[in-house]
Design a protein. Structure first.
Length: 151
């Protein structure tokens, strides 16, 4: 398990190699990388600043990862989320789920991203030509996460 919150960029190839090298039980890796978009609705974004509460954020990411491991048979997982000021095109998040079979990897990676978007304590401030604005939670993210709720 790898969980990191950092200002520095990450190298996808290096992270994937570190996660899988020598682990021959892995038959499938599902990887998602999120980038900062240049548009928010009809506004051009010049930058996005991500804030978080150190310690609390990492604890919640570990809880989300633990939940994924309780649902799927996973060999390895990775969650890297950046914080600080980012520009359009910058990498913001990387999630990987590794398992013996692709089905577990696909499902777990989607779960990790859905819960990260709705449960992880990050706050996003977008800078546009009209000023700065905090990003509200989106109903579509809540809907995506709701499908994973145990009921």
């Amino acid at each position: 398990m790898v969980v990191r919150v950092q200002e520095e960029d990450f190298d996808i190839g290096t992270e994937l190699s570190s996660l899988t090298t020598g682990k021959h039980g892995i038959g499938g890796v599902c990887l998602f990388v999120g980038l900062v978009r240049e548009m928010a609705g009809d506004e051009t974004i010049s930058s996005m600043t991500l804030e978080h509460y150190p310690g609390m954020t990492e604890k919640e990411l570990i809880r989300i990862e633990d939940e994924a491991r309780s649902r799927w048979n996973l060999e390895e997982t990775l969650i890297i989320h950046r914080c600080g000021k980012l520009a359009p095109g910058d990498q913001i998040v990387m999630v990987a789920a590794c398992s013996a079979h692709r089905g577990n990897a696909f499902e777990a990676a989607r779960f990790l991203m859905d819960f990260l978007k709705t449960k992880a304590p990050f706050w996003k401030l977008e800078d546009t030509g009209k000023g700065s604005q905090w990003v509200d939670a989106r109903d579509s993210d809540d809907t995506a996460a709701a499908r994973w709720e145990k009921g």
